[in-house]
Design a protein around this ligand. Structure first.
Ligand SMILES: Nc1ncnc2c1ncn2[C@@H]1O[C@H](COP(=O)(O)OP(=O)(O)OP(=O)(O)O)[C@@H](O)[C@H]1O
Ligand SMILES: [Mg+2]
Length: 343
């Protein structure tokens, strides 16, 4: 760890955070904390308020009420913030006519970082050659990698990434996972958002799940996953229950079968065989975490999309869609100095 990083504990604290756009409440009295040394996943379906929350945390928009602080300070009050907090919001807003390398050089100049560090990072994120081409022609995955390089430029203690796995191929997701885990093992704070649990489930230690701008769950992945269970269907449920109970397993009736507390299906199959009971179906039950997230993302009632977002706000529009092509884009979604109030 470098001397600058030692000075920061890296705790992020969100307290009573609320953002209204006219009558529409995008973020609603949100509370959570993020600790250093681990990867925290900030999960929620499309339109649930993830980007809006991160934009408040990064001083890009002002909360209607509540606070979002880093080491107890507002982002705007952090001197030379790029050296403390590295961030990449939607990975679409690079100046299309500028090369990836030049984009990083501009940021490097702001953060007081050498051009040599720019080239090191381009190697690290795997786009050294592409970085000499204009960012306008980048694929989604290349933009993600460039955004990540920008976030890491000044070796920050805190790293905030909005949907970093979006657009990465399976190999890219695996690479990102290893990379983020490594950064956390160095004691850094990592907050990463995603609308897809499966993309980040193996990457994150802690999870905050939001729906309709409100927190619906927070905890470690292990806690939220709940007790592992196997589902088993047998023509002789009574005999099977007796055998499983005798083997010390806890069994409960479920529609069409039995639920057994077991972290793998082998033990259930072995008990059934030894007891001479036929089984017609045996599978590991979906984890509680998946169920929880699935219910959130599938229920229409939890799709909190603002029917009338402000079309003049170039940084928002339709979440997830790339910005219109043509006119140069202001790099609002990349690490910034926190001087710009959008709304
Ligand atoms: N400037 C704005 N004006 C009006 N409505 C807005 C504005 N910014 C965000 N919204 C609305 O707030 C809601 C939350 O948006 P946000 O971008 O935070 O969601 P998200 O969780 O990041 O979604 P996604 O997974 O699609 O990225 C959406 O309904 C969006 O239309
Ligand atoms: Mg978003």
């Amino acid at each position: 760890m470098n001397a600058t990083r030692d000075a920061w504990t890296g705790e992020i604290e969100i307290r009573g955070l609320t953002k209204r756009f006219g009558d529409f409440t995008a973020v609603d009295d949100l509370d959570f904390t993020v600790q250093p040394g681990q990867v925290t996943g900030f999960l929620g379906p499309n339109g649930s308020g993830k980007t809006t929350t991160l934009r408040m945390l990064l001083g890009l928009i002002r909360p209607t009420s509540g606070t979002a602080t880093i080491d107890g300070r507002n982002y705007r009050d952090i001197p030379n913030p790029l050296t403390v907090v590295g961030s990449a919001l939607e990975a679409t807003n690079f100046h299309p006519g500028r090369t990836g390398r030049d984009h990083l050089r501009v940021l490097a100049a702001v953060a007081g970082v050498s051009d040599q560090r720019v080239d090191e990072l381009l190697d690290l994120v795997g786009i050294p050659a592409a970085a000499r081409k204009r960012a306008g022609g980048y694929s989604m995955g290349m933009r993600q990698r460039l955004g990540l390089a920008g976030a890491l430029l000044a070796d920050p203690q805190i790293i905030i990434l909005d949907e970093p796995a979006n657009g990465l191929d399976p190999e890219g997701i695996r690479w990102l996972r290893g990379f983020l885990r490594h950064l956390a093992s160095e004691g850094r704070t990592l907050l990463i958002s995603s609308h897809m649990l499966s993309e980040v489930e193996q990457t994150v230690d802690e999870v905050v799940i939001i729906a309709n701008g409100r927190r619906v769950a927070q905890g470690s992945v292990t806690e939220l996953r709940g007790v592992p269970t196997a589902f088993v269907r047998s023509p002789d449920p009574v005999g099977l229950t007796r055998a499983l109970s005798a083997a010390g397993l806890s069994v409960a009736a479920a529609p069409g079968g039995l639920l057994v507390t077991a972290d793998n299906t082998d033990v259930v199959g072995d008990v059934a065989l030894a007891a001479g009971v036929a089984i017609h179906e045996l599978r590991q039950q979906q984890t509680h975490l998946e169920d929880l997230f699935f219910n959130l993302t599938e229920s229409e009632g939890n799709r909190n999309l603002n029917p009338d977002p402000d079309p003049n706000n170039s940084a928002v529009g339709s979440p997830g869609l790339p910005p219109p092509t043509g006119a140069p884009q202001i790099p609002v979604g990349t690490p910034h100095t926190g001087s710009e109030e959008q709304r």
